[in-house]
Design a binder for this molecule. Structure first.
Ligand SMILES: Nc1ncnc2c1ncn2[C@@H]1O[C@H](COP(=O)(O)OP(=O)(O)OP(=O)(O)O)[C@@H](O)[C@H]1O
Length: 296
């Protein structure tokens, strides 16, 4: 059995807190969610086919699946990028099904695969962090980016372990992809969102940067007790991170692994599950390419 202290973010203390927390609130409740694109045309795609999912506050859920199985669409549905055809979504007990993404933004933060999304390249590190800090705050007169706030941001940036704390006045556009993605993650968690959505957020990074961003992800999620969904193509990442793994195929959830099941599983076991699918449905290699056995 893998050590709980070194794998994922579920340390022994965290497990204890999770048990206590399991009596806590349901953070996300998705009921019979359906979504079709290009309905009634030859290009119709049935992207989500009756998703039912309940996530408790503080749960960290990894999502894997075949290509085009609906992983990003599920995240988009939670974020409110589009409205579902039918079904309901509740966040922190509030029915948000018919709310726009803008209206849900106060609850939800998101990090995408592309490190160039989510930050303003022409603005400095301090200005980007200040923008993230002010997001969703109704304050008048506006909070200024003064020396005290800059000091706060310096401390936050220090956590990234990328020597960026002395470069608060550098424009973000001058940073590497890894540095930028680490800052995007920091900006996403700065106001402690109710829900954090990570959509293959390390897939475009070099292995060293990806490892650092994963380390930060663990740290921020644990520290903030953030309810988190992370889509990944890496089966090792899916097993190592979080307390639950959902497997998707053709718009549905085909498996939902608990922490205990994840601990007992290896990447080969997961591969075997997908190999069964391949046999049962004659999937092509292209459909399975969404799954990688490598670490990051
Ligand atoms: N806005 C859209 N318009 C039309 N079709 C869409 C749209 N968004 C997603 N789809 C389709 O819905 C299906 C699910 O897409 P989605 O991006 O959610 O899959 P995924 O599991 O994230 O895939 P991948 O692992 O390849 O990134 C795909 O067939 C995709 O082409």
């Amino acid at each position: 059995m893998r050590s709980a202290d070194t794998q994922g973010w579920c340390t022994a203390g965290e497990l204890l807190r999770r048990e206590t927390r399991s009596r806590g609130i349901q953070m996300i409740e998705i009921t019979d969610l359906h979504k079709r694109f290009n309905t009634g045309t030859p290009n119709e795609v049935y992207a989500l086919r009756g998703i039912n999912l309940t996530i408790k506050e503080g749960d960290f859920v990894t999502i894997i699946g075949t290509n085009g199985s609906g992983k990003s669409t599920l995240l988009n549905a939670i974020a409110g990028t589009f409205l579902p055809d039918t079904g309901r979504i509740r966040i922190a007990g509030e029915d948000v099904t018919n709310r726009t993404d803008f209206q849900r933004a106060k609850h939800i933060a998101r990090v995408f695969q592309n490190p160039f999304m989510g930050t303003a390249p022409g603005m400095t590190i301090a200005e980007n962090l200040h923008m993230a800090y002010l997001r969703g705050r109704k304050v008048y007169p506006a909070i200024r980016l003064d020396a005290a706030r800059r000091q706060e941001y310096g401390k936050e940036v220090e956590q990234l372990e990328m020597q960026l704390e002395d470069r608060l006045d550098n424009v973000i556009g001058a940073l590497s992809g890894g540095q930028r993605q680490a800052l995007t993650l920091l900006m996403a968690v700065l106001n402690r969102p109710k829900v954090l959505l990570l959509d293959e957020h390390t897939a475009a990074l070099d292995p060293k940067s990806a490892a650092q961003v994963i380390k930060l992800t663990r740290r921020f999620v644990e520290k903030g007790n953030l309810t988190t969904f992370m889509v990944t193509h890496s089966m090792q990442q899916a097993l190592d991170l979080g307390c639950r793994t959902i497997m998707m195929h053709r718009g549905g959830i085909i498996d939902d692994l608990t922490l205990d099941e994840k601990r007992r599983m290896t990447v080969n076991d997961l591969l075997a599950k997908f190999a069964e699918l391949r046999q049962a449905e004659r999937l092509t290699d292209e459909m399975l390419v969404a799954l990688r056995r490598d670490y990051l």
